[in-house]
Design a protein around this ligand. Structure first.
Ligand SMILES: [Zn+2]
Length: 185
């Protein structure tokens, strides 16, 4: 088995609304996100000898993670307090905006836009490291599968948040086999 991995870093703010301690405050992390792929090597074409072109994997991470979340705020739709604050700067009525956000989340997994928080990214789940590893993994998996014709047989997404002083506060991984990816998306 051959494995490759690519890592990127982003800065993002979040909060865990039901947390009993400091994580319920709005705060920021440096997130280190790793995508790891395993599979057989290509035996022909421009990727001969590779599991997958590194630059393609990096491109996907930039598209699905950096462009949408870097220097942004990540919220859950169930965080009624902060979702209410996010709406304050927007036009229209709250209910129709909320309906639009919920529809985008069920269609694409996320809503993104500008709010009073600036760049804002809203997902269904509470944005813990565990849920973000799963979320980013799910955003990337269909593109990886399409580009590799399902040749990648397993993939791991890891999300590791750090405090501003660079000390890691923990890490979370999600590991999927190919058949699970295929049936899950
Ligand atoms: Zn945090």
């Amino acid at each position: 088995m051959n494995e490759i991995f690519t890592t990127i870093g982003i800065d993002a703010a979040h909060r865990v609304p039901l947390h009993q301690s400091r994580c319920k405050n709005w705060h920021g992390h440096r997130y280190t996100i790793t995508a790891e792929m395993s599979g057989e090597l290509y035996t022909s074409g421009p990727q001969t000898g590779m599991v997958m072109d590194f630059s393609f994997l990096k491109e996907l991470m930039m598209k699905h993670i950096d462009e949408t979340c870097d220097h942004g705020s990540i919220l859950t739709l169930s965080d009624y307090k902060f979702i209410g604050i996010a709406f304050e700067s927007l036009e229209g009525d709250f209910l129709s905006w909320h309906t639009k956000v919920a529809a985008a989340i069920s269609a694409n997994g996320f809503w993104k836009g500008q709010t009073v928080f600036g760049k804002t990214y809203i997902i269904a789940d509470v944005p813990t490291a565990e849920n973000l590893a799963k979320h980013w993994f799910e955003r990337m998996a269909p593109d990886v599968l399409k580009a590799t014709n399902g040749r990648i047989i397993s993939a791991i997404g890891t999300s590791r948040p750090s405090q501003p002083n660079g000390v890691s506060t923990g890490s979370s991984s999600r590991n999927y086999g190919f058949s699970k990816i295929e049936s899950g998306f």
